[in-house]
Design a protein around this ligand. Structure first.
Ligand code: TTP
Ligand code: MG
Length: 396
């Protein structure tokens, strides 16, 4: 049976979210990435800005030279995360087979849903309409019998497009397009292919697979298959998270106990926030250390009761750290913390007021961080990390 796979990608995502919130930005050249007099690159450019040649990944200053009248904005990641969550929720109303492929893109398998939603083109229109009404955003949708063709089709019909490739037409749709349109063909591969005299996907499809394998190794087989619209990858909804971890490598190896402790605290808070975001509790805490000679150890403790509390994770991890530091007196290059054996959060006992207060405090901190960024609020114990956090905030 012919599969009906959708690739849905939001148009000029970061910029469009800003435009939806601020109508003054609509219809104008807008760039999200930061102020042009600062170091940094363009994250997203409105289609009006693209007319001037501005592209994602370009230094902001170059964008400014191409279009000085463009409006440059810093951007606000939590807003994009929120829009992304709502986008995925809308898609999940149409099929249980939804695979997020990025913040603003997903595959959806609609095979066999005609009885409910009508033909694929109609379903595509419905999805676009809901995204438009509920998020004030436009999406482009490609529909085909396999992932790779659906993705090329959604790129091809941008912005605000809908393109269905009829079964049997896949190869002829791909053939005239430049090889750079094929997922997996970056600048380097496109250049190497050009040296072999291959510039279109059709030419790539005709090239013997043995030759592509000789030049590109195993990826050569994928290139050949994709160019011929051969792609049997399934749409795979994300599997249940089994563990959550955060780690950091130091600029300089260290044995400074208070610095290690503060870093550990920071990482535990990140892990705790992620647990609560996912409505999970953990039964096991794992500490990872890599020493300057690259020896790597991990030590773990099972918790008596499952928890999502920063405090519990940190206290457990700190005990593990102290033990590890007395075992070995070697400079530390990397520290990491993970939690595993996850289960869905249960209602905490109302009788245990101290647990409940901590829970409320963690929730309040999460809300502030969601709004203003993770580093907007620091507990006393991560204060020695001020410099690292400031650098991280700037990178963002
Ligand atoms: P894309 O879907 O590649 O780009 P886009 O949505 O801005 O534009 P379009 O799809 O219409 O071509 O990426 C989605 C978001 O990911 C984008 O809005 C910002 C972010 N992003 C970066 O931060 N840096 C990048 O280099 C790219 C390509 C995207
Ligand atoms: Mg996009």
């Amino acid at each position: 049976m012919n599969r009906r796979i959708f690739h849905i990608d939001l148009d000029a995502f970061f910029v469009s979210v800003e435009q939806a919130l601020n109508p003054n930005l609509q219809g104008k050249p807008v760039v999200v990435g930061g102020r042009p007099d600062r170091r940094g690159v363009v994250a997203s450019a409105s289609y009006e800005a693209r007319k001037f040649g501005i592209r994602a990944g370009m230094p902001l200053i170059k964008g400014y030279h191409l279009c000085p009248q463009a409006i440059f904005i810093q951007g606000n990641f939590p807003r994009y995360q929120e829009a992304s969550d709502k986008f995925m929720e809308i898609l999940s109303d149409f099929s249980p087979q939804v695979e997020p492929a990025g913040l603003d893109e997903a595959y959806l398998d609609a095979t066999g849903t005609e009885n409910i939603f009508g033909p694929p083109g109609k379903l595509g229109e419905k999805i676009k309409e809901r995204i438009k009404n509920e998020l004030k955003l436009t999406a482009s949708i490609g529909i085909a019998s396999c992932k790779v063709v659906a993705k090329v089709a959604s790129d091809f019909c941008k912005p605000d497009g809908l393109l269905e490739i009829t079964p049997g037409d896949e190869r002829s749709f791909l053939a005239p397009l430049p090889v750079s349109q094929l997922p997996g063909v970056g600048k380097k591969t496109a250049k190497a292919l050009k040296e072999l005299g291959i510039t279109t996907i059709g030419e790539l499809a005709e090239t013997p697979v043995s030759l592509l394998q000789k030049y590109f190794g195993a990826p050569g087989v994928f290139l050949h298959n994709y160019a011929n619209a051969i792609d049997d990858r399934e749409v795979e909804p994300p599997s249940e998270t089994k563990s959550i971890s955060r780690e950091t490598t130091f600029a300089e190896d260290t044995l400074d106990g208070s610095f290690l402790k503060a870093t550990l605290r920071y990482l535990c808070e990140r892990v705790g926030a992620e647990l609560r975001y996912r409505n999970k509790q953990a039964r096991c805490v794992v500490l990872k250390l890599r020493y300057s000679d690259f020896e790597t150890i991990s030590r773990q403790t099972a918790l008596k009761e499952s928890s999502d509390s920063d405090e519990v994770i940190f206290t457990t991890a700190h005990n593990l750290l102290n033990k590890a530091l007395t075992e070995k007196q070697k400079l530390v290059r990397l520290i990491g913390i993970g939690v595993s054996h996850l289960m869905d959060s249960k209602q905490l006992s109302l009788l245990d007021k101290s647990v409940n207060r901590r829970e409320l405090l963690n929730k309040a901190i999460d809300r502030i961080r969601k709004k203003y960024g993770f580093t907007s609020i620091q507990t006393g114990r991560t204060l020695p990390l001020k410099e690292i956090l400031a650098a991280e905030a700037e990178d963002y």
